[in-house]
Ligand binder design. Structure first.
Ligand SMILES: Cc1cc2nc3c(=O)[nH]c(=O)nc-3n(C[C@H](O)[C@H](O)[C@H](O)COP(=O)(O)OP(=O)(O)OC[C@H]3O[C@@H](n4cnc5c(N)ncnc54)[C@H](O)[C@@H]3O)c2cc1C
Length: 410
């Protein structure tokens, strides 16, 4: 198979990039190791569409969060993606919080995001919203296909070869795809993928976030997303309502090496519940009905790495999109298209979005990946990818390209 552009990774970033390029007339192959899209970070996050009120002005991440807010609503409306436009509230809970919240209010003003400082020192951010991140990503994939992109699942790229007629990407079963431009949207696997192409300029590691899912407590419905005052390193544990009326608390932030460790640690409940209950007392002492974990694709010393590889002409890295990629995905797509337009691929104006009805089942998004991993763990042996030290066979197993007992699509 030949394509002008191969996108490696069908998480929300690869999906948005594939959609943008397909709408702009490019022939696109979207290659995914897992048997379905959005089975990694994109299916296991908080599902919050951030406004960027707390993002540092001037950074690329902030720029793309703010730009995505301009692009997103018409796309989500056209694709029928559910959004809970509930807003968020940050209350001061301990010494120092009021001053920190005042600084965030000023930050919001600088970013042009609506935020109201209350008399009690709390900050209301009406534009924050919650979505179903799986529906979001699957809708983008379906729309990309509707615009001509070809999705190939169960295609773990394990070899990259540059030749006179383009870059060839091969899977362990010997099948290959050749493209003029390759977009590395491989999430936690992006550092390893770049190294396959001789690019050793960055590393991505998994930063685990664990969540607890609760039935909504009777009597005191959760009407808004409740946010803690963020620290330097994390946005902290939040409490949010889901589009299917559950209450979720999390995530934690645990740096790890193993990209195949999706387990919720036994101590996660004791870490999450007190923080969540401080913001939302009805959660005190309650048992979660479910738990899940996601792995953020965290760059070592780098965030939102978007640009051509210096080591491999034709390769564009779209990597280390650690903690806001769901929110910013449509703007990432636009940004990547600008990079691609400077290469040999000509792009047209963006075509109007074609409506789609992605095949979504009845299962809730928050358990889709956890159930899939549980089924995989029961029936096969997922090896770990130690970044930079895997051979093709190991990678195929580790990325879920083989031995999956059944189709995980709910
Ligand atoms: C705990 C947690 C909470 C978060 N909360 C939010 C939030 O509330 N709002 C928000 O906007 N963002 C949030 N995020 C961040 C968001 O989930 C990520 O930024 C986003 O999902 C990254 O998307 P991605 O497509 O780059 O990665 P992924 O979704 O991980 O997709 C990468 C894909 O590449 C595939 N792949 C890897 N290697 C290969 C290969 N060699 N060949 C083929 N395919 C390959 C993988 O199988 C995977 O499907 C959160 C993330 C986590 C983990």
């Amino acid at each position: 198979m030949d394509a002008e552009i191969a996108v490696v990774g069908a998480g929300v970033v690869g999906a948005a990039v594939a959609l943008e390029l397909a709408r702009r007339g490019a022939s696109v192959a979207l290659l995914e190791a897992e048997p379905a899209p959005a089975l990694q970070a994109s299916g296991t996050n908080s599902g919050i569409l951030h406004t960027g009120f707390d993002s540092p002005p001037g950074e690329l991440e902030t720029e793309l969060i703010l730009r995505a807010a301009e692009l997103r609503d018409p796309v989500l409306d056209a694709l029928g993606v559910p959004v809970l436009r509930c807003g968020a509230l940050m209350r001061p809970l301990q010494d120092g919080d009021e001053a920190a919240i005042e600084r965030l209010a000023e930050n919001a003003r600088r970013n042009g995001v609506e935020a109201e400082l209350g008399d009690d020192g709390s900050l209301a951010v009406p534009g924050e919203a919650a979505t179903d991140p799986v529906a979001f990503a699957l809708a983008l994939v379906a729309a990309a296909e509707r615009h001509g992109a070809e999705l190939r699942t169960g295609f773990p790229v394990v070899a990259i070869e540059r030749g006179a007629r383009g870059i060839t990407l091969s899977a362990p079963d010997g099948t290959s795809v050749r493209a003029r431009v390759v977009l590395n949207c491989a999430g936690v696997g992006a550092g390893w993928l770049a190294r396959l192409a001789g690019d050793e300029s960055f590393e991505v590691y998994p930063r685990k976030g664990e969540f607890l899912v609760f039935e909504p407590p009777a009597g005191e419905p959760l009407r808004r997303i409740l946010l803690p005052v963020p620290s330097e390193s994390t946005k902290g544990v939040l409490v949010f309502p889901t589009v299917d009326s559950k209450v979720v608390a999390g995530p934690t932030a645990v740096d790890q090496d193993d990209p195949d460790d999706w387990a919720v640690r036994p101590e996660a409940t004791a870490e999450i519940v007190p923080k969540a209950a401080a913001m939302y007392p009805p959660l005190a002492g309650r048992e979660p009905m479910f738990s899940y974990a996601g792995l953020r694709p965290a760059g070592r010393g780098v965030n939102y790495l978007i640009g051509p590889s210096a080591a491999c002409p034709g390769l564009v890295n779209v990597a280390a999109i650690r903690s806001t990629g769901l929110t910013s995905s449509l703007a990432i797509g636009e940004r990547v298209a600008a990079v691609v337009a400077e290469s040999a691929v000509e792009l047209r104006e963006r075509a109007p979005l074609e409506p789609v009805s992605p095949a979504l089942g009845a299962g809730p998004w928050w358990r889709r990946t956890a159930d899939y991993r549980a089924r995989g763990a029961a029936g096969e042996h997922r090896g770990a990818i130690s970044d930079g030290a895997v051979g093709p066979e190991r990678a195929a197993t580790a990325h879920g390209g083989v031995a999956i007992p059944e189709d995980p699509r709910p």
